[in-house]
Write a new protein. Structure first.
Length: 459
């Protein structure tokens, strides 16, 4: 059955196999829209429709498809069709596809590449998996500083068609070393007779091929660029990275952090593409860890079993106390992890963070403590519960809330910093993990306060 997003007239043409009409329609479509259409089609129709596209449009459309759709089409296409697509793909998109395929399939696809494209593909695949080298493309334009603006514009007209971007033109010396980058706007607004070295400032921002991809994400955010050059250890220009690839990396990183923060090991594939056993495995690990942690809560409550037996009324406030601490810890962890991700704070700021969270914890705890105390007073006045000890019970709840909320904010704010100091992803200090820690300590704080205020009265 064809996906709902497909227009009725397109659906009818596909169902009636009116290929001539489809060819005419698709000529006016963008590669992005065509990729969405192909993805929505059943597998039996994907290859048929894909073959209707002109060669250049087919290559562009293929790059926008999901990896699973790309793999299916590669299996369905002839060897010549596959050769055309693989040689037409931009190097960065081709690398992204190849690194997801089995080694035997990669070997077969590499054999279909031209000598020039094979050299590029092997070079990019030779970089570490999460490095900038895997993201870069070799489709860029480089010019010489002694060229005139007119010569550069002529060069762009002749060679710019295959460049990943024309927003920025790179300047290299005779040895291929990057010495400047020029925005196309500067070239267009300069007299054609001027030489490039007359307007150069020799200032540029570049990535290294061996840099981690997260470095590229941070640099793009800081510099607000659409493309950045990539250099090797000798500062020679070897490629560029464009912002569309950085968006994909940033999305993957944020998805992984969100999953970890929710108490789930990061999924390797999209949710619907992950097998049920894999999803269960990823979720079970953290659930077991958190369950074992909650056993400590039961142990702590068992330690105060005698106090609970003497004053059962205290048990009614346990969920209120520990949930408040867990909530405050989750809030603090969320704020700190996000601040770390955005570079708003570093490990050097730990004392400033702690100072702020101590004040925040005391203030928030006082607010909740006052509400808790008021709740006890109101119930004592209306329902007549808590006997003559209502005032001390209210104080117990109020002071316990201050202590537990303070602990929660400190745990939630310091744990991400500690984990980062240990070289562990701060997102691992997930909300459930912080809540479990606070649950155990919250029981101890609550009954310690109760033992101090209600001794010889209820306990």
């Amino acid at each position: 059955m064809i996906g709902r997003s497909i227009q009725p007239e397109i659906r009818e043409l596909i169902e009636t196999r009116n290929f001539n009409a489809l060819r005419e329609v698709f000529n006016d479509w963008s590669a992005v829209d065509l990729a969405e259409l192909v993805s929505d089609l059943p597998e039996s129709d994907q290859a048929i429709i894909f073959r209707l596209l002109p060669r250049d449009l087919a290559a562009d459309t293929f790059e926008y498809l999901d990896i699973d759709d790309q793999e299916y089409l590669l299996k369905a296409m002839t060897k010549d069709e596959t050769r055309l697509i693989m040689n037409s793909m931009s190097p960065d998109d081709r690398t992204a596809l190849l690194e997801e395929l089995p080694a035997s399939v990669v070997k077969e696809l590499l054999s279909l590449l031209s000598i020039e494209e094979l050299k590029v593909a092997r070079t990019l695949l030779g970089y570490p998996e999460d490095s900038v080298g895997r993201l870069m493309t070799t489709d860029y334009l480089a010019v010489k500083e002694h060229w005139t603006i007119q010569e550069i514009l002529d060069f762009i007209r002749t060679n710019g068609r295959d460049s990943e971007t024309l927003n920025v033109i790179y300047v290299t010396d005779d040895h291929g070393k990057l010495i400047d980058e020029m925005r196309i706007r500067e070239l267009l607004l300069t007299s054609p007779s001027k030489a490039l070295n007359e307007i150069m400032d020799r200032k540029f921002v570049a990535l290294k091929a061996t840099d981690d991809q997260q470095v590229a994400v941070d640099t793009f955010k800081r510099e607000d660029r659409v493309a950045l050059p990539v250099v090797d250890s000798s500062q020679a220009l070897i490629g560029i990275v464009t912002v569309d690839d950085i968006f994909d990396v940033a999305e993957e990183e944020e998805t992984e952090d969100i999953q970890k923060f929710g108490g789930v090991e990061a999924l390797e594939e999209p949710y619907m593409d992950s097998t049920l056993p894999e999803v269960i495995k990823k979720r079970a690990v953290w659930l077991v860890v958190l369950f074992v942690g909650e056993m400590l809560t039961a142990t702590a409550m068992g330690f105060f079993e005698e106090e609970l037996a003497k004053a059962v009324i205290l048990a009614t406030f346990i969920p209120l106390i520990i949930s408040s601490g867990g909530n405050s810890g989750s809030q603090a962890a969320t704020l700190i992890i996000r601040a770390l991700a955005l570079g708003e704070i570093t490990l050097k700021d730990w004392w400033r963070v702690m100072s702020r969270e101590i004040l925040s914890g005391l203030a928030l705890g006082a607010i909740l403590g006052a509400i808790g105390f008021t709740r006890v007073v109101v119930w004592a006045s209306i329902v007549g519960t808590y006997n003559n000890q209502w005032f001390l019970i209210g104080l117990t709840v109020g002071f316990a809330l201050i202590g537990v909320v303070l602990l929660g904010t400190l745990a939630g704010s310091m744990l991400p910093l500690i984990l980062q100091r240990m070289g562990i992803d701060p997102a691992t200090s997930s909300a459930p993990f912080v809540a479990t820690i606070v649950d155990v300590a919250g029981i101890v704080i609550y009954f310690s306060v109760a033992a101090a205020l209600l001794k010889d009265l209820l306990l």
